[in-house]
Ligand binder design. Structure first.
Ligand code: SF4
Length: 217
């Protein structure tokens, strides 16, 4: 029975992948960045905020602080002011300085290239690690499970997990590794553009005929 369910889920995910790949050939992380370190900082700033908002702050921020050492040397109150519009500015300034310090002290100022190393960085969880490794370094270590993926995977009947790490483990069994990086991006794009949390546009969704949660409009 389990084998049969796994087979059905694998086929469903393959079909979703086929359709979203076609719909979003240019899917990517929508945070602006110049290198892996900047993407990690932008991801920290994006917590509880939008990529659009963060993209308004980071061009000036990254000109002012050009790497981990500059963030470590920064006056914390000034850094808080620089990132104020991203919300939770005190916690985020602290997190940015902590992660920058550890990069310098333990990684020679270079970004780690494995999941295990990324997870040693303070405040960095699997989601951010996957974003940075996948998008900036093209290293497929897992699948980004953000708020969109959590919601859509449940709506689409792929997973019932509420915990992102557990859901990621399930998805990694269903999605071929060559698609791990893009899969998370396709789902995020679909969640942002079509399957909105408040008002999913089922009438224009390419997944409607295979989605158990579609709403009749
Ligand atoms: S059919 Fe509706 S609920 Fe299902 S994925 Fe599409 S927009 Fe979301």
């Amino acid at each position: 029975m389990k084998k049969q369910t796994d087979q059905i889920l694998t086929e469903r995910v393959a079909e979703i992948t086929r359709r979203l790949r076609k719909l979003y050939p240019k899917a990517r992380v929508e945070l602006d960045y110049g290198n892996a370190f900047q993407l990690m900082i932008a991801s920290i700033l994006a917590a509880q905020n939008t990529d659009v908002n963060v993209n308004k702050v980071t061009p000036v921020l990254f000109r002012k602080y050009n790497g981990p050492q500059a963030f470590v040397d920064a006056d914390t109150a000034e850094l808080e002011k620089d990132i104020y519009t991203c919300g939770f500015y005190r916690q985020k300034a602290k997190a940015i300085q902590a992660v920058s310090r550890m990069l310098i002290e333990e990684f020679g100022g270079e970004m780690p290239t494995t999941m295990d190393e990324m997870l040693r960085l303070p405040g960095i969880g699997r989601k951010t690690a996957n974003v940075v490794l996948g998008e900036a370094m093209d290293i497929a270590s897992g699948i980004v499970v953000d708020t969109h993926n959590l919601r859509l995977s449940r709506l689409l009947g792929i997973s019932e997990q509420k915990n992102a790490d557990k859901m990621e483990r399930e998805l990694m069994q269903l999605v071929p590794q060559k698609d791990w990086i893009k899969y998370g991006q396709w789902i995020t794009w679909h969640g942002r553009r079509v399957c909105n949390a408040k008002k999913p546009k089922c009438g224009e969704c390419v997944l409607a005929d295979i989605c158990p949660s579609r709403r009749v409009e």
